[in-house]
Ligand binder design. Sequence first.
Ligand code: RP5
Length: 163
Amino acid sequence: MKAAIIMGSDSDLPVLEPALKTLADFGVAVEVVVASAHRTPQKVHDFVANAADRGVGVFIAAAGAAAHLPGVVASFTTLPVIGVPVNSTPLGGMDALLSIVQMPAGIPVATMAINGAKNAALFAVQVLATADPALREKLAAYRQTMAAEVEAKAAKVAATLGQ
Ligand code: RP5
């Protein structure tokens, strides 16, 4: 299964680069589209409505400002939707965060941190991994590498402090 990333504007792309890189690192295929809940609502519908038939298993939806996109995407599909609030206004992303996280009961969006694209990708991998043992193994290896990196940093700090 593949992932789909939908962003409200091309101006969101730099924030989403870590998600693209992370999905590539895990070998997860991804569809990427720019479509706005406000400016191109029909395009959002058409991209999302038959995504499952194209092999999409999870969505990452990113938007800034009055960020309705993730909720609108979620309204058109029963696939899981991961929301990424983008910092693109003078409110620093708090507007998008609250817009995305405060979904009314019935249509959930798994909301990440402001600009939290990397965790969005990892969460998407975890969703796909529920039905993909090879992906589960890659996640386990990723965690081991991360732990080893922390231990290396701990050893460096200890050495610096003469401990
Ligand atoms: C949102 O408005 C987009 O997701 C973007 O974060 C923000 C600004 O969009 P542009 O004016 O840069 O197109 O819909």
